[in-house]
Ligand binder design. Structure first.
Ligand SMILES: N[C@@H](CCC(=O)N[C@@H](CS)C(=O)NCC(=O)O)C(=O)O
Length: 237
């Protein structure tokens, strides 16, 4: 029995987290039966979502979930692409997961107008007098992480330039293809789709979301992937 632990639907998306959207997409691509479940911080081996339970085994991290599906369940996420193409895909996935992600974090967690209507609501279950303190502490910790990674040290204009660079690279790869590496879908599409969709979500005000919505190639890709894997959720534009 496969159970995927994620955060759940937030912000008009099937999941608020790009990594959980990626993992949900991988599960759907695999064709294996699975149940989505609400993550519990206490049982997440790395303190993060997504994680997968395969009977008694727990696998943390979207990459290792993919590896587990390949190694233990015989799923082929290669799309039949050659190693040189898959290498490009790996680089794009790392760009989105280890660079673009911090930009999205900044937009959601460090801009007050987005934070208070968005992630702050995760703490709605905490006692009311404590909530503002929790909000400030969490923002401080996210700011520290973004400073450490480096994107937190730039101006908004510089951050936008860097994020736009990532999006333009993805758009260039998609401009002649239906999917990121060609006409066949593969595991890398789960990352590209998850990160683009999460960044596009109009629930948050951002120049990155506005930019994605102004690029038909990116929007067509999000819409096609959403129709294929999440037909129950309409892409908000
Ligand atoms: N490398 C991990 C990243 C997962 C990740 O960063 N998840 C975030 C949500 S987007 C999380 O659970 N954050 C909770 C925390 O850092 O406390 C993966 O690919 O699964």
């Amino acid at each position: 029995m496969l159970e995927l632990y994620v955060f759940g639907p937030y912000f008009g998306l099937p999941d608020g987290s790009p990594f959980c959207l990626k993992a949900l997409t991988l599960m759907k691509m695999s064709g294996l039966p699975f149940e989505p479940r609400k993550m519990k911080f206490g049982e997440a081996p790395k303190g993060k979502a997504p994680y997968l339970k395969d009977d008694s085994k727990i696998i943390a991290d979207s990459h290792f979930i993919q590896r587990h599906l390949e190694d233990q369940h015989g799923v082929d996420f290669s799309g039949g692409y050659k190693p040189a193409d898959l290498a490009k895909g790996w680089a794009v996935a790392r760009m989105l997961e280890e660079h673009f992600y911090f930009l999205s974090m900044h937009i959601r967690w460090l801009r007050d107008h987005n934070f208070y209507k968005g992630p702050y609501q995760f703490f709605a279950g905490a006692p009311a007098p404590l909530r503002p303190l929790i909000g400030r502490l969490v923002k401080r910790s996210v700011a520290k992480r973004n400073q450490g990674q480096g994107l937190g040290r730039h101006t908004d204009a510089q951050r936008f330039e860097l994020g736009k660079g990532d999006l333009d690279a993805v758009e260039a790869m998609l401009s002649k293809n239906r999917y990121i590496l060609g006409d066949k879908v593969c595991g890398i599409d789960a990352t590209v789709f998850g990160f683009l969709w999460a960044a596009e979500a109009p629930f948050f005000e951002s120049e990155i979301g506005d930019y994605i919505r102004s690029r038909p190639v990116l929007m067509n890709y999000i819409t096609n992937m959403a129709e294929r894997y999440f037909p129950e959720t309409k892409v908000a534009a």
